[in-house]
Design a protein around this ligand. Structure first.
Ligand code: SF4
Length: 188
């Protein structure tokens, strides 16, 4: 990781145990993807080589809630599906975090109907809201980094008591830019 180059064979480094624990915890978030619609495609793109969620230690998508600590709700959730989402959330390990990705998960989006949940935060605590329809991968990564920053600063949540959601809303930070490789047709 580069630290071995800075420290000689006989050297040593000192730090605080809590700092090491927070660093290791924030660097090993294991997402539980709950992708129900088009936002799920952007979630897949976030884990792909172009955006490389592995840089943040969060690429190990688990499809087992007991092995996950970061629930990413990507897409609209139907009323009939909500008990399943709640069960998955309840089965996840503590401390656990929740990202609501996209307009549909956060508000129901354009699906203002009796059959669609108008915001999953009515049923489970949401820590980070990622806006967009769909959000770009950079925005989802910003949401993951918001949780990482919180873990860095706050460390472990208090044991027991009521779960208090972080209520962080991510603002778009990505400037639209052309693709890195230009395409031209014919001779110039
Ligand atoms: S927010 Fe937009 S992209 Fe995401 S699930 Fe809803 S309609 Fe699809």
């Amino acid at each position: 990781m580069g630290i071995e180059a800075a420290i000689t064979a006989e050297g040593f480094a000192t730090t605080q145990l809590t700092k090491v624990m927070n660093w290791s915890r924030r660097s090993s978030l294991w997402p539980m993807p709950f992708a129900t619609a088009c936002c799920g495609i952007e979630l897949m793109a976030t884990a792909s080589s172009r955006y490389d969620l592995a840089r943040f230690g969060a690429e190990v998508m688990r499809f087992s809630p007991r092995q996950s600590d970061l629930l990413i709700v990507a897409g609209r959730v139907a009323i009939k599906m909500m008990p399943v989402l709640q069960r998955i959330y309840q089965q996840m390990t503590e401390p656990r975090w929740v990202i609501s990705m996209g307009a549909c998960a956060s508000t129901g989006g354009v699906f203002d109907t009796y059959a669609t949940v108008q915001g999953v935060d009515q049923f489970i605590p949401v820590d980070v809201y990622v806006p967009g329809c769909p959000p770009r991968p950079e925005q989802l990564i910003e949401g993951v980094m918001a949780i990482q920053r919180h873990i860095d600063e706050e460390g472990l949540p208090p044991v027991g008591g009521k779960r208090v959601p972080l209520n962080i809303s991510v603002a778009p930070t990505h400037e639209v830019a052309p693709q890195p490789i230009g395409v031209s047709l014919g001779a110039s």
